[in-house]
Design a protein around this ligand. Structure first.
Ligand code: ADP
Ligand code: MG
Length: 334
């Protein structure tokens, strides 16, 4: 049996079984961050993410500055998903010996800028020579108020499923890069920019965490189709997603029409949007969405409902419909 046959999530499950933390004070493998008690009122958060050249990025397609930004941003997004505040970052890198020093300086400048703007200083790491590919791994620590931290496991049947931003822009940008688009149009450059410079929703995460009617939260890294299954599994519930309500940016709508893409598949199955997905008590949703609009000057988008069925289904025009593609699995079929 090979890894590609069992897939990323089964591999993680095999790892998790050996280090089961159920019943202890520590939440280990299974949420966006590990969580343990810091003091009476606060928890410690910890997360790590790895970027490998030609798997997560193409050196000739992304600027070193953007790559530096993205490598830290994806970790901050996991802190945001718990409703936390980042406190420290550790950076481990594998770099080929023939890499230009100027390339690294630009990459590190992207890291420095985001570290500063998010208040998350670099406190250590590890450096090694690689055979050829660039490898960048961050580990980020954070804190959250114990009474406010949000898990994937809190969703209840009847909850409204909501996201904090548009879906599919990043996948659209990636598609343009893979299709060798000349990026002459503003829309196309903007989509690639979303793919290369994701914005971690730290303020949104903390704001949502301050509301007890928000029951569960995670960040959308693999795509709604895949990530909603993590909420379903952790909360023992089902989900119904309304394809007509997926928030799609005007630039993605225009580009999809122009290129003949199925926009809702990009929105629901494309990864790396790094918006937050939360589930909210239905009776409180309108009030929460109004508050969100006031605070952030943009909507909290309702995209579906949690159900008691343990199934994931899609609706279009009120009818149940099937969806072909699934979210990203690192060992799945290409
Ligand atoms: P995310 O997309 O939020 O970073 P992942 O899907 O990568 O989450 O990981 C899911 C969970 O599995 C997380 O809790 C993560 O810490 C854990 N995990 C992933 N890979 C490993 C590993 N190699 N060893 C231990 N835990 C892992
Ligand atoms: Mg995550």
């Amino acid at each position: 049996m090979r890894l590609a046959e069992i897939g990323e999530f089964n591999l993680i499950e095999r790892i998790r079984r050996v280090f089961e933390t159920a019943g202890s004070e520590v939440l280990g493998i299974g949420d966006d961050c590990a969580v343990w008690d810091l003091d009476r009122d606060h928890v410690q958060l910890a997360t790590t993410d790895l970027l490998i050249e030609n798997r997560h990025f193409l050196r000739q397609a992304i600027s070193p500055r953007d790559l530096g930004h993205k490598s830290l941003a994806v970790n901050l997004s996991d802190i945001a998903a718990m409703g936390g505040t980042p406190t420290a970052a550790f950076l481990s890198i594998g770099l080929p010996g023939d890499l230009e020093v100027a390339w690294w300086d630009d990459c590190f400048d992207g890291i420095r800028a985001l570290s500063e703007s998010s208040g998350c200083p670099l406190l250590g790491g590890d450096t090694t020579r690689s055979h050829g590919d660039i490898v960048i791994n961050f580990a980020v620590l954070g804190t959250a108020e114990k009474s406010r931290v949000k898990y994937r496991s809190g969703a209840k049947p009847g909850d409204v499923i909501a996201v904090t931003g548009c879906l599919g822009d990043s996948a659209g940008g990636l598609r343009l890069l893979l299709d060798n688009d000349p990026l002459e149009m503003d829309d196309h450059r903007a989509l690639v920019n979303v793919h290369h410079r994701p914005v971690p929703h730290l303020k949104e995460g903390r704001w949502l965490a301050g509301h007890p009617e928000v029951h569960a939260m995670l960040d959308v890294s693999d795509g709604v189709d895949s990530d909603i299954r993590h909420v379903m599994k952790a909360s023992s519930v089902g989900a119904e997603i309304d394809l007509d309500r997926l928030p799609v940016s005007d630039r993605l709508g225009r580009t999809a029409a122009q290129m003949g893409w199925a926009v809702e598949e990009l929105a629901v199955a494309g990864g790396e949007d790094y918006v937050l997905l939360c589930t909210v008590a239905a009776s409180a949703f309108d009030r929460l969405a109004n508050g969100f609009q006031e605070e952030f000057n943009r909507p909290l988008y309702a995209i579906g409902t949690m159900t008691g069925s343990h199934q994931r289904s899609y609706r279009r025009g009120g009818n149940v419909t099937a969806l072909k593609s699934a979210g990203f699995d690192h060992f799945g079929a290409p």
